[in-house]
Design a protein around this ligand. Structure first.
Ligand SMILES: [Zn+2]
Length: 79
């Protein structure tokens, strides 16, 4: 029999699961890059919903633009 471990008094940091913010911006895609910046900025500001929406848009982005020159995109920020 397993009892669920309860952490009383532990503050809930995020209302959403971390994976909801996870995304894989296509390298060189201007749209993904902008959305990734929006997500990181939103996370930094604690705006979790904006971060979720930005990450969701990145995941749903299909037509990645190949125009953008390949630049050294900074590594993703780990939450
Ligand atoms: Zn894209």
């Amino acid at each position: 029999m397993t009892e669920p471990t309860r952490h009383s008094g532990q503050p809930i940091e995020l209302p959403l699961d971390p994976w909801l913010y996870d995304c894989l911006p296509m390298h060189g895609c201007e749209v993904c890059r902008v959305l990734a910046r929006q997500r990181n900025t939103a996370l930094a500001n604690g705006d979790t919903w904006a971060a979720y929406r930005a990450a969701s848009e990145i995941r749903e982005h299909r037509n990645h633009s190949a125009e953008a020159a390949p630049d050294s995109m900074s590594s993703q920020d780990q939450p």
